[in-house]
Each structure stands twice: as structure tokens, then as C-alpha cells.
Design a protein around this ligand. Structure first.
Ligand SMILES: [Zn+2]
Ligand SMILES: [Zn+2]
Length: 398
């Protein structure tokens, strides 16, 4: 419907069929336009497949692959390269999220340097992040587009023995797997560059504007929480916090020794206020080891008090490291424990850690020492390699 006055006002409404071109007369000239570089075609040609794989073309059209910027690690220890990467849509029990902020954690650096692990390249790193759900795959009921989420490098299926146990967060299905570069559903990657698959990292791969994550590795959080702050809750801060609150459980007035003053160690320290570096008479009540160095681990246990002392191991050790101690220490009523991600269950507990921040019971700002644009992500690596600062926030939007 329109008002006839619009026509009197000298507007025209027209239609066209095939752009009014006569096929035999005009199309050869359109080809000439391309030959004369007056018409560009290359930017339309995003994929190429063999005739025998024609159904792939249907999949691409039906399921909306997005092409976005991602920082790709092509080789161990070499600067990341921002590439245009195709991100496939989420499959069953998967969610595609728009990453808003990510930060660099030591674990990314460790696998990027690839010293002592099986190298898996090309790969998209990143696991500490916050984002917004863009689309969900089949069977996903508890998340919808627009929800704010923190991806976590380990998961919670809510069905296995570990998930059903109050004591464990070591999910059978979604437990961290540093060697896997593909999704569980079909053993394939959701990332590709002109058809070449790019490996995932820890099931999160957040150094990409969009990423696909298993629903069990996403914590749905308060939508009013600032994503550029709470993104660090998805790894380091929760690990330190949980190691203290859930595992070491110091009593009021306890003396606690913290080994390692990275983001994890400081999360412990800020919580306790009284970080003790030297031995007290007979030992400390609790010791929390956050470095992963085997000698620091042994020292942490050696420095706890007989009768009630508890040492908690948090830092990730070298895979061949061996812990040695005298069994008499245990008979003398010392306890040695370890924890993974502070014993937090990602989906059940992490939303509450974000609430602690919202209620001002947890401070995050002092961890956020640097901020860079996504295009400058290699600066974040430089800062960490040089031991400068604690957390560098990488902003995807500017
Ligand atoms: Zn981490
Ligand atoms: Zn589970």
C-alpha cells in the first residue's frame, strides 16, 4: 500500500527481472567488464569443492558459516597472524559465541611455545574470555542467543559420576584435554581457512571473533556483569579462589604461605590479605603452591605444620616431575592435596563467582594491568614473555 500522492510527488516504483539483461546480447559484455577489471568477482568466491562433494556446498549455504578475524598460530613460538577464518555453525550440544573480550593466560603461552608437549598447529589459542551466544546447535536448551557466557577449558556434563559427586569437578566427558584439536561431536574442527582445518585449543579457542564451544563448557552469567572484567574469572582467578575457599579452607586467623605471585597466586593472596613468605615457628597452617615448579611443590608441603597443616598444589607440573617426601610427614598429620580449577564446577559454580564480583566480595580490577586491541594481540604475548603485568585484556571490538 502506498499513497498515490507519492507518484504525484515524482517518485517512481520499478521492478526488474535478471537485471533487464538480454542473455545472448548482454552477458558477453558483462564478462568483458570482468576482463577489463571493471567488475570484481573474486570476493564472492569463498569456497571451492570437488563435484563429488557437492553436498558440502548445500551445508555451507544452509547452515551459515561465518567468516571472521581470528589470531592463528601457524608455528610454535612464532607471532600469531590475524586471518579471515570460516567458523562453522554449532552442531548438536554446541554453541557459537561472539567473543567480546579475551585475555592471555600462561597456559596459552606454554602451548604456543610448545616445549615439552606434542605440537599441534595451526591452532587458535585462547581460553580466558567472555562472550555472547550467537546461535545454538541441536539439543541445547539452557542457552539462547543473547545470553552472556564465560567459556571454560574444562566442562560439566552434569551426568557422569564426577559431575554427580559433590567433591569432584573432573567431568568424564568434558575434562580438559590439551591434545585434542577437534570437537567431540564429530572429531572435526569448526575452524577453517579456505577449506584447511585449523585446530581448536582446550575446546575454547577464544582468540577469534566467533568460536564454537560445547554447551557443557559454558557458564551462563549475570548479563549486567562487565565482560571486560569478569572474563578473567573463566580461568586464573577462579583457580586461585577455589584452591583457597574449596580446598585449603583456612580457618580464621590461619597463617597461609602462597608460592607464586602470578594471577592465580595473587587471587589467593588478595583473598587472605596476610600473605606469609617466611617460615613461622613449626610451620604454616596452609600452603598453596601456584607455580608448577616441583621444588616449590615440595617446599610447600615441607613448610606446613604437623598436626593440621594442609598443602594444596595448584600449579601445573612438568609431566615427568616426581614428588618426593618422607611418609612420616603424613603420619605427623600433615595433608597434601591437589586441585584442578579450584574444584569449581564450571556451569554450577562459576556464575556465583561472578556474583561475588558483582557484590564487591571479589576484586578483579587489580589483576587487569594491560589492555590491547585484538589486532595487537602479539603485544599481550610480549608482555607475558617479559614478565610484565598480570593480565592483559584483549578487546575484540576495537
Ligand atoms: Zn588459564
Ligand atoms: Zn560430567
Amino acid at each position: 500500500m502506498t499513497k498515490p500522492i507519492n507518484f504525484l510527488n515524482e517518485r517512481t516504483l520499478k521492478g526488474t527481472f535478471f537485471g533487464n539483461y538480454k542473455p545472448r546480447t548482454d552477458l558477453p559484455n558483462v564478462v568483458e567488464m570482468y576482463m577489463n577489471k571493471e567488475l570484481e568477482l573474486d570476493k564472492f568466491l569463498t569456497h571451492r569443492i570437488k563435484f563429488s562433494e557437492i553436498n558440502k556446498a548445500f551445508d555451507l549455504m544452509v547452515k551459515e558459516v561465518v567468516v571472521v578475524a581470528a589470531a592463528v598460530a601457524w608455528e610454535a613460538g612464532k607471532p600469531l597472524v590475524i586471518e579471515q577464518v570460516e567458523v562453522a555453525p554449532p552442531q548438536a550440544m554446541e554453541v557459537r559465541i561472539n567473543v567480546k573480550y579475551t585475555s592471555l593466560c600462561h597456559t596459552d603461552l606454554y602451548f604456543w611455545e610448545s616445549k615439552g608437549q606434542t605440537p599441534l598447529f595451526p591452532r587458535i589459542f585462547g581460553h580466558e574470555a567472555a562472550g555472547i551466544v550467537e546461535s545454538v546447535g541441536e539439543g541445547v536448551t539452557e542457552l539462547k542467543p543473547g545470553d552472556h557466557v564465560l567459556p571454560v577449558f574444562t566442562g560439566e556434563c552434569k551426568k557422569c559420576r564426577h559431575c554427580k559427586s559433590e567433591e569432584s569437578n573432573m567431568c568424564d566427558l568434558l575434562r580438559i584435554n590439551t591434545d585434542r584439536g577437534v570437537m567431540l561431536n564429530d572429531g572435526k574442527s569448526r575452524f577453517s581457512i579456505k577449506g584447511q582445518p585449523i585446530n581448536h585449543f582446550l575446546g575454547t579457542s577464544t582468540f577469534s571473533e566467533y568460536t564454537v564451544v560445547h554447551v557443557g563448557c559454558l557458564a551462563k552469567i549475570n548479563p549486567s556483569a562487565p565482560l571486560d572484567k569478569v572474563c578473567i574469572v573463566s580461568c586464573g582467578v577462579s583457580t586461585g579462589l577455589g584452591a583457597t575457599l574449596n580446598v585449603a579452607k583456612p580457618k580464621r586467623g590461619s597463617i597461609v604461605a602462597v608460592f607464586g605471585l602470578g594471577a592465580v597466586g595473587l587471587a589467593v593472596g588478595y583473598l587472605l590479605f596476610n600473605v606469609l613468605a617466611e617460615m613461622t615457628d613449626g610451620g604454616v597452617d596452609r600452603a598453596i603452591e601456584c607455580t608448577g615448579n616441583i621444588n616449590a611443590m615440595i617446599s610447600a608441603f615441607e613448610c606446613v605444620h604437623d598436626g593440621w597443616g594442609v598443602a594444596v598444589l595448584v600449579g601445573v607440573p612438568h609431566k615427568d616431575a616426581i614428588f618426593t617426601t618422607k611418609p612420616i610427614n603424613f603420619l605427623n598429620e600433615r595433608t597434601l592435596k591437589g586441585t584442578f580449577f579450584g574444584n569449581y564446577k564450571p556451569r554450577t559454580d562459576i556464575p556465583n563467582v561472578v556474583e561475588m564480583y558483582m557484590n564487591k566480595e571479589l576484586e578483579l580490577d587489580k589483576f587487569l594491568t594491560h589492555r590491547v586491541k585484538f589486532s595487537e594481540i602479539n603485544k599481550a604475548f610480549d608482555l607475558m614473555v617479559n614478565g610484565e603485568g598480570l593480565r592483559c585484556i584483549i578487546s575484540m571490538d576495537d
